[in-house]
Design a protein around this ligand. Structure first.
Ligand code: SF4
Length: 346
């Protein structure tokens, strides 16, 4: 059994505390210490008797803690964190400030096996899944460091969250607890490159975080060129899974579309995107590509992005443009970690 107290639900903590001779209500305090006060040391949980704390430690219980290795701030308010995991891997998280609302973009894996051509993380390859405790501590550590209360969590950093399904869902549930950080399901977004079986599995859950699908092209060949996962999952399979999600949950999906110059920004591809999205309940985010060293791609022209947006709006789709943020701090997904890992390897 995993002995990281940070990954336990209130119900699981209750079982553990009772097993050690404590009262049920004490477990609530422990959960609050962990997720509201962000305490990372069992010895500081003074609501537990000294004997019980000692027994916990002797029996191997612990609390995962990430180390902040670096932190870069951009004038636009974006702060990028580079964390070191307990086994020495590097992961990134980003704190975004949108008119006072704080969103934390978390990683779910060290590296990623999916190898999207425009992504710095994809170039790293896959190392391992993050534990639920590590995902949770990305948010806790940023809350402690920045002193902010987080409004939203997006699972959009390094890695594919649906390939680390159980740990990601555990983090979602723990963040949402009303005796923890109280980040409700509607304020958490799981962003996937489009794993059909993962989308269907998520639709069958009893909780409904928001879902974003990184489509990037609604043409099979163009998509295969930039998203290698498209060689395994066709647009038809993806569309079927997205429809299932719409029908099962009643929820809208966000289609993420990273605008890359000369690759997926033509008006013909805007028309294909409209065809793809027509049967779905979906809104569309057009994201200006954030280039990184070593990438052959450049962001699409801003006028082109605006016209692309107008076409989608005229077709009836709510469409938002997200221009690049954190340009001075390498805020593209995986860029900072890739930089450090490369330097370490040299
Ligand atoms: S974009 Fe996401 S899924 Fe694709 S390689 Fe990067 S981290 Fe992995």
């Amino acid at each position: 059994m995993d002995k990281d107290l940070k990954t336990k639900t209130p119900e699981e903590l209750t079982e553990i505390v009772v097993e050690y001779g404590g009262k049920q209500y004490v477990a609530k305090y422990v959960f609050t210490y962990l997720h509201q006060h962000n305490i990372n040391d069992i010895n500081l949980m003074t609501t537990l008797s000294k004997d019980m704390r000692k027994k916990f430690i002797d029996d191997g219980y612990y609390i995962t803690q990430l180390k902040i290795e670096d932190k870069l701030s951009d004038p636009d308010g974006t702060v990028k964190y580079l964390f070191e995991t307990p086994d020495g891997n590097k992961i990134e998280s980003v704190l975004l400030d949108e008119n006072g609302r704080k969103t934390i973009c978390v990683s779910t894996q060290v590296g990623c096996r999916l190898g999207c051509k425009f992504c710095a993380t994809g170039a790293l390859g896959f190392v391992r899944n993050l534990t639920a405790g590590e995902i949770i501590d990305e948010v806790s550590a940023i809350c402690v460091d920045s002193g902010c209360k987080v409004n939203n969590v997006v699972y959009m950093g390094m890695g594919e969250p649906l390939e680390n399904y159980d740990n990601t869902l555990r983090a979602v549930r723990i963040f949402a607890s009303d005796i923890g950080k109280q980040i409700g399901f509607r304020r958490q977004t799981i962003s996937t490159v489009g794993i059909p079986e993962g989308i269907k599995k998520l639709a069958d859950e009893d909780i409904f975080p928001r879902l974003a699908v990184s489509l990037h092209a609604a043409d099979e060949n163009v998509r295969k060129e930039i998203v290698p996962a498209a060689n395994k999952y066709s647009l038809k399979e993806l569309s079927t899974a997205m429809k299932y999600y719409n029908e099962k949950t009643g929820r809208r999906i966000t289609i993420e579309y990273c605008m890359i110059d000369g690759i997926n920004d033509s008006f013909e591809l805007a028309r294909k995107l409209i065809q793809f999205a027509r049967p779905l309940k979906a809104g569309i985010n057009l994201i200006e590509y954030n280039p990184h060293p070593g990438s052959d791609f450049q962001p699409a022209n801003r006028d082109q992005i605006k016209t692309f947006k107008d076409m989608l709006m005229q077709a009836g789709f709510e469409t938002i443009i997200r221009f690049r943020r954190g340009q001075s701090i390498k805020a593209a997904c995986g860029q900072l970690g890739a930089d450090r890992l490369t330097k370490k390897e040299q």
